[in-house]
Design a protein around this ligand. Structure first.
Ligand code: ZN
Length: 259
């Protein structure tokens, strides 16, 4: 057989057909291989795309530590030109029934320095357990005579929730260190050393903060701070020791604004 295939006519013919079939098989193998390469390529591409998506999601998560606040839209970006300087909270927010009791102008608690754009609201505790808003307001007033301590606040919220405004809102108060020049301060009274606000104090603080955020177009997620967030001072103590409670407070402010 081998001889005939090599030399005879039929042999030549058979051999040529065999070669053709061989080539066809080879071509088919090559096509199959090419298809496999394409499929593998597509799979690899999908894998790379998938890892890029997963990677960017985890970077996003890393850069944005979640604050437990219910999101609300649209994002508040203050249009400064539209915000008129405010002096009296009692006039602007009559529903809050705020008592206006300004300190006399003096270098230690009411310097009369003009407050610039209001960019932050800063929450404090009085660190004076069991005392009310009037006692703390009178303490600020007395500093004028003592003459060595600088301290005050725009607002003091009593144990019973009453709000007293001590400094006009177009002037700075001495409460929040380097943030004094661009912030409004709220001091909250508290019953004991723990520094937790009573329900009345807490609710008034939520409402007042929400109204101020609305007026000054501030976002509670970024613009409402604890004194602690500026200087590291343990103020307001309970809400520094319990960050979850602070986040809850901010979420109530956001909710109050939504209504
Ligand atoms: Zn403070």
């Amino acid at each position: 057989m081998g001889e005939r295939r090599g030399t005879g006519f039929y042999g030549e013919f058979k051999s040529a057909r065999e070669i053709a079939e061989q080539m066809k098989r080879k071509k088919r193998r090559q096509q199959k291989k090419r298809a496999q390469i394409i499929v593998i390529g597509i799979l690899m591409g999908m894998l790379v795309a998938f890892s890029i998506i997963i990677g960017s999601v985890s970077i996003y998560r890393h850069e944005n530590p979640t604050i437990d606040i219910e999101p609300y839209l649209p994002e508040r970006v203050a249009d400064w030109a539209m915000i008129m300087p405010l002096i009296s909270a009692a006039e602007e927010f009559p529903e809050l029934d705020i008592e206006e009791n300004y300190l006399t102008e003096n270098p230690y608690s009411r310097p009369g320095t003009k407050l610039g754009k209001v960019k932050k609201i800063v929450i404090h505790y009085t660190a004076n357990p069991g005392t009310g808003a009037h006692a703390n307001r009178n303490y600020f007033e007395m500093l004028a005579d003592v003459g060595d301590t600088y301290a005050s606040s725009h607002f003091i919220i009593d144990l019973n929730g009453d709000i007293v405004q001590c400094v006009p809102l177009n002037e700075i108060a001495y409460a929040s260190n380097e943030a004094n020049a661009y912030s409004i301060s709220i001091e909250c009274c508290h019953e004991d050393e723990e520094g937790e606000f009573s329900d009345s104090t807490y609710n008034s603080c939520v409402e007042l903060t929400a109204r101020l955020c609305e007026y000054y177009q501030l976002d509670p997620k970024k613009d409402v701070l604890r004194h602690y967030d500026i200087t590291g001072k343990e103020c307001p103590r309970y809400y520094v020791k319990h960050p979850d409670e602070w986040n809850l407070f901010l979420s109530y402010v956001a909710k109050e604004m939504g209504e």
